[in-house]
Ligand binder design. Structure first.
Ligand code: PLP
Length: 384
């Protein structure tokens, strides 16, 4: 895909670190702005009887979405622009709508809880059948694909950080006649490009790294398949899950620093994971960047880096883990992830979280603060 950058180049010619800065710029003409405008209009002029122009109405289209959709499509190496939605979960629902009535969905038992709840609801209503699997166990996933309509993947998974063998599973799913959807929220396209590994559709919670400042709620889907994109666009238009122009403009503004933020937070996550692995107050560390992590060799083979989410199991159980979230002064005790600020959360405080997630597990979203400040704060808060 090529994105006009307004100066005779296309974003596809550049490395991802440049694409995040250069993609989706307006044409370079005298006195034109270097940033795209926010277009606040619910309706668009058409030419009388012929109804020329395809924007028509603000639930179908808005010019503010275009630069962000172009940039994200380019970053995911897609042939087509992304589609932006009002939330990550709206993008998840749109992607799951591609399962035909009566079809079977295979998904990780530790997917994002919202995706699991949605799928379980559809199953309860009799619309689909759901099979949950250990996504790190390739044989188990392949066995579950028999007769499946869709394989849902998250890699790494939220919050257990299991790493799936993406290319092998995509091949097996296609052989079984199933579509492959990858929720790439944890990785971002700078770290994993699922379409290159065989996925049909990528889903994002744009709320997280892509916008990067914990100030918007948005989602996206990306595909190179024109028919799938057209079905997703129709779903978005008719269900009305559209992003507000200001939020999407903020997401593009945040995307400009994605490469810097991801690189910095990954370096810090690696350093913290190494130190936490020998901390007496920590029973276990989950981070695919650690050589002893079960997902390490797969992650090293299919990712550019290891992301910046890590999980620790705190010695002393749920109460001790809760105490850590109360004692930290720099880390913010809050849900969500992927912002500039470091967040810490005991996932099982939420009753919806799968019970196979340990009670004492804290999920850490590493931000861009100074590594020693982050370490000192964690160290003083952890049990001795
Ligand atoms: C992996 C993943 N996918 C999807 C979502 C849903 O996104 P949103 O909260 O933007 O609706 C989340 C939110 O935490 C997530 O972590």
């Amino acid at each position: 895909m090529s994105t006009a950058t307004g100066h005779g180049h296309t974003a596809a010619q550049f490395s991802p670190e440049t694409t995040v800065v250069a993609a989706g710029r307006p044409e370079r003409t005298a006195d034109s702005a270097v940033n795209p405008p926010i277009v606040l209009s619910s309706t668009f002029h058409g030419t009388r009887a012929t109804r020329e122009g395809d924007r028509i109405y603000g639930r179908y289209s808005n010019p503010t979405w275009d630069p962000f959709e172009e940039a994200l499509g380019t970053l995911e190496n897609a042939e087509l622009p992304a589609l932006v939605y009002s939330s990550g979960l709206a993008a998840v629902i749109a992607a799951m709508s591609l399962i035909p009535a009566g079809g079977t969905l295979v998904m990780p038992r530790h997917s994002y809880q919202g995706s699991l709840l949605l799928a379980a609801g559809d199953a309860r209503d009799g619309r689909i059948t759901v099979r949950t699997v250990d996504i790190a166990n390739t044989d188990e996933v392949i066995a579950a694909l028999d007769g499946a309509a869709m394989l849902w993947l998250e890699s790494p998974t939220n919050p257990m950080l299991e790493v799936a063998e993406l290319a092998v599973l995509a091949d097996a799913a296609h052989a079984a006649g199933a579509l492959v959807v990858v929720d790439n929220t944890f990785s971002t396209p700078l770290v994993t490009r699922p379409l290159d590994l065989g996925a049909d559709v990528v889903v994002h919670s744009v709320t997280k790294y892509l916008s990067g400042h914990s100030d918007v709620v948005l989602g996206a889907t990306v595909t190179s398949d024109p028919e799938l994109r057209s079905r997703l666009l129709t779903y978005r238009s008719l269900h009305g899950a559209v992003g507000g122009p200001f939020e999407v403009w903020l997401a593009l503004r945040g995307l400009r620093t994605l490469a810097l933020r991801v690189q910095r937070s990954m370096e810090t996550a690696m350093e913290l994971a190494g130190r936490l692995a020998t901390h007496p107050g920590v029973e276990a560390v989950r981070y695919p960047g650690l050589p002893q992590d079960p997902g390490h060799s797969r992650a090293a083979a299919q990712m550019d880096g290891f992301g910046s989410i890590l999980c620790i199991e705190v010695a002393g159980g749920a109460e001790a883990a809760d105490a850590v979230t109360e004692k930290v002064e720099l880390w913010l005790p809050a849900t969500s992830l992927g912002g500039v600020e470091s967040l810490i959360e005991r996932r099982r405080r939420q009753p919806e979280e799968p019970v196979s997630v340990p009670e004492n597990l804290l999920r850490l979203s590493v931000g861009i603060e100074n590594v020693e400040d982050l370490w000192n704060d964690l160290d003083q808060a952890l049990p001795r």
